[in-house]
Design a protein around this ligand. Structure first.
Ligand code: CA
Length: 245
């Protein structure tokens, strides 16, 4: 069986949230051509409703939307059910990306983009989620990573910080778990891209940086150390004296 063709036959439902009708139609056509099912919502509030009814496999979400913007809509959607979200930003603004990733998006593309690349990114995202699900199933015996105030449960894909559950996107979780399995080891950004994102080349190392930013925002800035010019390392919280194991 060829890996490259395996995903073309799997039925997928993609929710496209975009208020520009021409662009929404163009994206939906690409998705349909791929053999997937496309549904379009043109504002944030209907996106939240559609996500809840359709339970899509992936959401393409524009940020600038009427009624409710894409950031707020994404927050509400992923709070209800984890789903990969690819965000569309109008500008190449770092703040938009960080906000989008903080809200629960897994990836982003800046307009204007090539529809071909958009589909390729969707495929990569779906592949990652699928792989993570398979890995989770194979991890029945994987130990909970207990760092005292921070506990990472790979099987349930749950993270708690000081007893409170932290909502991480699938990508954020994979990034954190990858780093935390080898505390204090520096991972090159290229290595992380390969392991977490399944990207064979190093063209997206800034994606790693953005997700690290989002993780630091949720967990505190000390948890992930920057090794300048190299990559990142997980630093266990300094409070685990009572939880030795
Ligand atoms: Ca828009």
């Amino acid at each position: 069986m060829l890996n490259t063709s395996a995903h073309q036959t799997v039925p997928r439902t993609i929710l496209v949230v975009e208020d520009e009708p021409d662009l929404a139609t163009a994206i939906a056509q690409r998705i349909t051509a791929k053999g997937w099912t496309a549904r379009v919502a043109s504002d944030g509030a209907s996106a939240v409703r559609a996500a809840s009814q359709l339970k899509p496999d992936l959401i393409i979400m524009d940020i600038m939307l009427p009624v409710m913007d894409g950031i707020e809509a994404t927050k509400r959607i992923v709070a209800e059910r984890p789903v990969p979200v690819l965000m569309l930003t109008a500008r190449d603004a770092e703040s938009d990306k960080v906000m989008g990733l903080g809200a629960g998006a897994d990836d982003y593309m800046t307009k204007p983009f090539s529809p071909r690349e958009l589909i390729a990114r969707c495929e990569a995202l779906l592949r990652r989620v699928e792989r993570a699900t398979i890995i989770a199933k194979n991890l029945e015996n994987e130990k909970v990573l207990d760092f005292g105030s921070l506990v990472i449960d790979p099987r349930q894909r749950l993270v708690t910080l000081k007893g409170e559950q932290v909502h991480l996107t699938p990508t954020e979780f994979d990034l954190l778990a990858t780093l935390a399995r080898k505390p204090q080891s520096v991972f090159k950004r290229e290595k992380l891209l390969e392991e977490v994102w399944d990207w064979p080349d190093a063209s997206g190392t800034r994606t790693v940086d953005s997700h690290v930013k989002a993780l630091r925002h949720k967990l505190g800035s000390d948890m992930i150390r920057t090794a300048h010019g190299v990559g990142y390392a997980f630093e266990p919280p300094q409070d685990d004296a009572r939880n030795e194991r």
